[in-house]
Design a protein around this ligand. Structure first.
Ligand code: FAD
Length: 499
C-alpha cells in the first residue's frame, strides 16, 4: 500500500509564514508543505530591523548574502542607538559584539567600573569596534587580518521584499501556495485537533499539522483552539504604532535608531530605496493624531504616504504549540521592536520545531518542552526591554514617570540588584541577550553599579590604563582602515549573482 506523506499547512504568508515555508521546504523534505495567504488581507508590512542571528537562518537556507541584500534593498546594521532614553539630548548604543577586553578571570565591565571610579574610563563606545565603526558610518565583514577583532552585524531590509524572496525560494522547492481567505477552521470532534481549514470559495484544505502565521488574528491558535494570552501590558504599556516610510535623507547609518518621544519612541531604519520610520506609543498618554504629527515632524526625507496605525497588545499566547498547531510570528505574541527581536523569535521557533519535527504524532513531552523553552526565551527578552523603560530619568513626563515607577518582573529585579551590587551580570542558559548587551544598557541608562569585582583591583593602575588605552587605540586603527558603509554595500551588491 502506498504511504501518504505527512502534510503541514502554513496559514499566513507574512514574514513568519514565508520564513517557515522556506525552512521547511529545505529541511522537512519528507513532508508536503502548503501555504495559504490572503492578498486581500495583506501583511502587517513592518519588521525591517534584525539582529546578527539572522545569519544562521539565511546561511542554513544557503542564501547568497549579496543577492539577498540586492533583492531586499537591505543595508547593514551594527547596533541600535538609543537617543534620549535616559535623558533628552544623550544617546548610547547597544552595539553588537564585544566591548573592550577582559583580563584573567573577569569580563571587561569590572575593569571599566574600576577605571570609572578612578576617573580613567571613557564612554563605552571608545571600547566597542561596532560602535566606533557605526558612528563613523563604516562597515567591514569578517576579520580585517588574523587576530583582528570580529564585527558581528545584522541587516535592515524591506519586509515585503524579504517575504517575496523567501516565497520564490520556497515555491522553487515544492511549497504549494493558495491565495484565499480562510473562512473557517475545523476541529476533529474526537481529538480536538485541527483537521482542516476552509476558504471562502469553498476549498477545503486538510493537513496533519498546522502552523499559524496569521498575524495578530491568531486564527488557528486562538480563533479555533482558544489557547489564551498572557498579557504583559503592565510591563510594556505601549499599545500602538504609526508607521511611514520616507525618502532617503540624513546619514546612511549602519545602525537602527530608537529615539525617545513624549509617550513612546520612534524608529529609523535606513534601506537602499527609502527609510523605514514609525512611532511606538501608549494610547493612554498620546492619541494617534499627535503621534502622527510627531512622526511626520521628525523624518529625514519626504513622507511616502500617510502614517499607518497599527494596534497591538503586548504578551504571548499561553502555549505556542497547542495540540497539532504551532503559532509563529505575531500569531504567537508580540513585544515591541525596541531590540528588533520579533524576526529572531520567528527563526528560533522554526529551528526548535525542526529540531523535534514530528515524524508522526508529537508526544506531550516534546510539546511541553517546546513551550517551556518559548516561555523562557520570551520572558527574558521582555525583561531586557523593560530595563530600557524603567531606568529612565525623563522626570516630569507622565508616560516616562509611569514606566519608571512600574512594578518589575522578579527576574529583572534580581538582575538589576546583581548589577548594582558589584557589576555582576548573569546570563542564564539560552537567554538571547548576552552579558555585553545588558552591560551596555545598564551603563547607557545610567544604572549605577556600586562596586565591581575586587579581583579587578589586583591589576596595577598603570596596567589598567594600558588595557583601556591600548584597546581603544587598536580599535580606532581598525576602524580607520574600513570602507564606508555605502561603498561597502554598493561593492557587495555589484558582485551579486544574476538570478
Ligand atoms: P503578518 O505580516 O500580519 O502576516 C499575516 C499573514 O496571515 C498574511 O499573509 C495574511 O494575509 C494572512 N492571513 C490573516 N488572516 C487570514 C485569513 N483569514 N485567511 C488567509 N490568510 C490570512 N520585527 C523585527 O524583527 N524587527 C522590527 O524592526 C520590527 N518592527 C515592527 C514594528 C511594528 C510596529 C510591529 C507591529 C511589528 C514589528 N516587527 C518587527 C514584527 C514583525 O513585523 C513581525 O514579526 C513579522 O512581520 C511577522 O509578521 P507575521 O508574518 O506574523 O504577520
Amino acid at each position: 500500500m502506498e504511504q501518504t506523506r505527512p502534510s503541514i499547512l502554513i496559514a499566513g504568508g507574512g514574514t513568519a509564514g514565508w520564513m517557515a515555508a522556506a525552512a521547511l521546504s529545505r529541511f522537512a523534505t519528507g513532508h508536503d508543505i502548503v501555504l495559504v495567504e490572503s492578498e486581500a488581507i495583506g501583511t502587517v508590512g513592518v519588521g525591517e530591523a534584525t539582529i546578527p542571528q539572522i545569519h544562521l537562518f539565511n546561511s542554513a537556507l544557503g542564501i547568497d548574502e549579496a543577492e539577498f541584500l540586492r533583492e531586499t534593498k537591505g543595508s547593514f546594521k551594527l547596533g541600535i542607538e538609543f537617543d534620549g532614553w535616559q535623558r533628552e539630548g544623550e544617546a548610547y548604543m547597544h552595539a553588537f559584539g564585544a566591548i573592550g577586553r577582559g583580563a584573567g578571570l573577569l569580563p571587561f565591565q569590572h575593569y571599566w567600573l574600576r577605571a570609572k571610579k578612578l576617573g580613567l574610563a571613557k564612554p563605552l563606545q571608545r571600547y566597542s569596534l561596532n560602535e566606533l565603526a557605526a558612528r563613523t558610518m563604516r562597515m567591514q565583514r569578517g576579520r580585517r587580518a588574523p587576530g583582528s577583532p570580529e564585527m558581528p552585524y545584522a541587516y535592515h531590509f524591506d519586509a515585503g521584499l524579504y517575504a517575496a524572496y523567501l516565497r520564490r525560494y520556497a515555491e522553487a522547492r515544492g511549497v504549494t501556495r493558495h491565495d484565499g481567505l480562510i473562512a473557517s477552521v475545523e476541529r476533529d470532534g474526537e481529538s480536538g485537533e485541527i483537521a482542516s481549514v476552509t476558504l471562502d470559495d469553498g476549498r477545503l484544505l486538510a493537513a496533519d499539522f498546522f502552523i499559524d502565521c496569521t498575524g495578530f488574528r491568531g486564527l488557528l491558535i486562538e480563533g479555533a483552539l482558544e489557547t489564551g494570552f498572557d498579557d504583559w501590558t503592565n510591563y510594556l504599556p505601549c499599545d500602538r504604532a504609526m508607521a511611514v516610510p520616507c525618502a532617503g535623507g540624513g546619514d546612511f547609518t549602519p545602525y537602527t535608531r530608537s529615539i525617545a518621544r513624549k509617550a513612546g519612541w520612534q524608529w529609523r531604519i535606513p534601506l537602499q530605496h527609502r527609510i523605514g520610520n514609525g512611532i511606538v506609543f501608549s494610547s493612554t498618554h498620546m492619541d494617534e493624531d499627535e503621534a502622527a504629527s510627531i512622526l511626520l515632524a521628525n523624518l529625514d526625507g519626504e513622507a511616502l504616504g500617510d502614517p499607518r496605525p497599527i494596534r497591538f497588545r503586548t504578551g504571548k499566547r499561553r502555549l505556542h504549540w497547542n495540540r497539532n498547531c504551532l503559532a509563529i510570528g505575531l500569531a504567537a505574541g508580540f513585544m515591541e521592536p525596541l531590540e528588533s527581536t520579533s524576526i529572531h523569535l520567528i527563526q528560533s521557533a522554526i529551528s526548535r520545531f525542526l529540531a523535534v519535527l514530528p515524524a508522526g504524532k508529537p508526544s506531550k513531552a516534546v510539546i511541553d518542552h517546546f513551550n517551556a523553552q518559548a516561555d523562557f526565551e520570551w520572558m527574558r527578552i521582555r525583561d531586557f526591554l523593560v530595563l530600557h523603560y524603567t531606568a529612565n530619568e525623563r522626570v516630569g513626563q507622565p508616560f516616562w514617570d509611569a514606566v519608571r515607577s512600574m512594578e518589575l518582573p522578579a527576574t529583572l529585579t534580581d538582575k538589576i540588584a546583581l548589577w548594582r551590587e558589584a557589576g555582576f551580570i548573569h546570563r542564564e542558559h539560552e537567554e538571547l541577550f548576552t552579558e555585553v548587551a545588558w552591560f551596555q544598557v545598564f551603563a547607557g541608562q545610567g544604572v549605577e553599579a556600586e562596586g565591581y569585582n575586587p579581583i579587578a583591583d589586583a591589576m596595577p593602575e598603570d596596567d589598567l590604563r594600558t588595557l583601556l588605552d591600548g584597546t581603544e587605540a587598536a580599535l580606532v586603527e581598525e576602524v580607520r582602515a574600513m570602507p564606508r558603509h555605502i561603498d561597502f554595500l554598493e561593492q557587495m551588491i555589484s558582485q551579486a549573482k544574476v538570478s
